[in-house]
Structure formats: C-alpha cells, structure tokens
Design a protein around this ligand. Sequence first.
Ligand code: UMA
Length: 426
Amino acid sequence: MKVAILGYGVEGQAALTYWQNQGHEITICDANPNLKLPSGIKTQLGPDYLSNLSHFDLVVRSPGIKPSQVKAANITSVTNEFLEECPAKIIGVTGTKGKGTTTTLIAKILEAAGHTVHLGGNIGTPALNLLPDIEPEDWVILELSSFQLMDARRSPHIAVMLMIATDHQDWHPNMAEYVAAKQQIFAHQGPGDLAIYNACNLASLESGLGAPADQLPYNARDGAWVDLESSTIKMGDTIICKTSDIALPGRHNWDNVCAAVAATWPIVQDAKPIKQAISGFTGLEHRLEKVATVNGVTYIDDSYSTNSETAIAAIQAYAEPKVLILGGSDKEASFDRLAEAVVRGDVRTAILIGATAPKLKVALKNVGYDQIQEGPATMPGIVRLAAAAAKPGDVVLLSPACASFDLFPNYKERGRLFAAAAKALL
Ligand code: UMA
C-alpha cells in the first residue's frame, strides 16, 4: 500500500514504524519544511503538504491536524488503528482536565490488583507503540483527547468522561464540536460495555445519559462518590477509603479518584488494592507538584494547568497565602472566572507573564484586584520576583491557566525550568 502519514510528531513517528514494518511504502506529509527525517523516506513538506492525498491507499492523520483539512477516501489515525487491532480490553479516559491523573490512577489500581497494564495515548506514549507487548488478558488504559477521538470509529470497552469545560477553542470552531468529539468515546460502545460519566458536570452527564452502553455515574450515590458525612469514598454503599487516605492534593482530585474507582470497581470488586493505589499515588509531574521549599516558602509546579479551570482548582487546593504566576500563549479563553477565584483565593501577588499578561491584567482589575506585578520573560527572573514577593509560610504557585508556547517550548520545559529556578534559590 501507499501510505501517507500526516504529521511527523510523536504519533507520526509511531505510525512510520508500524506501517513500515508491514512493508508499505510511506510518505511523510508535514507543514514543517525543516523536519529531520530518516534517510530515504518520501516526503511532502511545507504549505502543500495536504495536497494530492487521493493518490494514497491509506492516509494516517496525526491528532494535531484537523480532520476537515484532510481530503482523502481512506483515512485513519493511530487511535483508530489501535482500537481496531488491540487484542486486550481497553479503558479510555477523556475529559477536559484530570485525564492524565485519572488514567494513571486506574493503571495503578489494576496493577495493585495483580493485572498487567499498558498505559498510553495523549499522556505521551502513542498507543501503537504499546501494541507489540499486549496479551489478550492484559488491560490497556488510554488517555484520549478530543483531537484523537474526533474521527474515532470504535470506543473503548470501559469509557470514562471526566468534567468538560471550555478548552481548545483555538482548534475546534466551537464548544459543540469539542463536546461532540469527546462523545465519540461512548458513541461506538455496545451491550456489555460501560460508560462512566461525571454526574456533577452537565456536558459529561448529558453525554453519559445518551451513551448506548451500560451507564455508571460518579459523584452520585449509585456510583462512586464522596460521602462528606463520614469523610469516605464509597462505591454505592461500600467504603473504599477515607478522604484522608487520598495522597493527591486538592479537592478537585476527589473527582478523579471517584472516576478511577468507578472504572476499576467492576474489574477488581475489592476495596483493598484500590485504597492501596489511592494512598500511594501523589500525582504526576507538573500537576500540583511540590518541587522545593526555600526560606519557608513552598514552590508548586502546576505547569500542566493550561486553562482557567485548572488554575482555579490549584488556587483552591492551598489554604496558604499564594504568590501566583499566571499567563502564557493565548487560547482565546475568558479569564473572568479565574479573576474571581484570585480575589477570593488569598493571592498575595499575581505575577503575569507572556502574551496573555495584558488580558489577565484587565480581567483582574475588573474585579478590583490590583496586587499585580509584570513578570520578565525568563523563568529564573520570574521565580526571583516571586521569591521576593513571598513571605515564610506562603506558596509560590506556577499554575499559568495558559499554554506555554510564547515563552517556552512546551509545558514540561516550563515546569522543569520553574523547578530548577526554585531549587537554585537554596
Ligand atoms: N502538524 C502539521 N499540521 C498541523 C498540525 C501539526 O503538519 O496542522 C505537524 C507538526 O509540524 C509536527 C507534527 O504534526 O511535525 C505534530 O503532530 P501533533 O501535533 O499531532 O502531535 P504529536 O507530536 O503527534 O503528539 C500527539 C499529541 N499532540 C496533540 O494532540 C497536539 C500529544 O498530546 C500526545 O501526547 C501524542 O500525540 C501521543 O499520543 C499533547 C497535547 O498537547 C501532549 N495534547 C492536547 C492536550 O492534552 O490538551 C490535546
């Protein structure tokens, strides 16, 4: 077959290995004319990279490329190929925020219960790279983004939809398309499959109630929920653990814990491994990660926070006075709710950085908040400014509510530089 791989990033590279190993003739198509590629590979690079796709027998779309841009008869994606070829049962997790944490917690619970688990998808490992090692009795846990789900032709056996909030409106033309893309996680399920939804989030609730599979809510008494009276996490009437057993910081993570309990209970039917995983998992890198304590000030790296909802959750996760670092590249989002949370959130100073700094300043001033400092363009300077503003007992919180691409290569590098600058204060 003549196979065109659209986009040569992480998934494109996985696709190249996969289809090349099957002996097909590959052409890499990418908007970037300066890509580094293996020698001898055919290419179609630059502005016309999406032209003449009808000449190929198969076209493989990378998640970052919009399906509407691709004019070809036989289109697939790494996600579609994996969903078709995977020999084991799959648990898929989507939602706006909490996907990575919930996906990982599900994997840890199943591991604690003695299962062999494979973890991948949007969290960083392209699903096709998992395929060679998967045995039929294993479990696969996939984090799935709207970009990956949008043209999905199959759904996972157990599908989890976490909270949905406004995001990626620079890529999807509107929220309706974003939510419809996420709903593909349920759309192709059938009898015997399980659709898990967040009963306290309208878009997730509506999507779950419309799912063709068996439905199981969380944040609801007939599913996994937090019993505030007894301070416990329950599955129906069964106590799984105390809320104080949860090692993840912040109340928003109780939602992720409940989602993971709902997804794994039907498989393990035993509170012990679930509690063990919940009490041992402190979180992923760059998600409310404590990276240093200097002069009585705690430095928290929440660089993964790229929208207002996650920054609000981060502000609410700490009772201490905060020096908050906000800003980055623009995703066309409103900062009004974030500004309200800053006012209520005991924020000593907000340091504004990057392209969205002026927009954030307006939103903060509109709600009467003026403890604002403009940050420099490099992380050591930003952290020094934060350190000077903080008092012993404070938290310096990098939770930017924005993507990183104006000042940093990606959110991981932004977080890594923050941690390094904080440690350099010692
Ligand atoms: N490209 C084009 N045209 C475009 C867009 C991209 O030619 O319109 C090219 C770029 O020049 C580049 C390549 O495509 O060479 C990049 O491909 P990609 O953007 O699809 O990204 P990958 O490197 O393949 O990584 C993807 C996910 N990226 C996106 O969805 C944008 C990764 O999620 C994921 O970890 C990886 O596959 C493995 O599955 C990242 C992400 O930001 C972390 N996801 C979003 C999020 O979490 O909010 C959805």
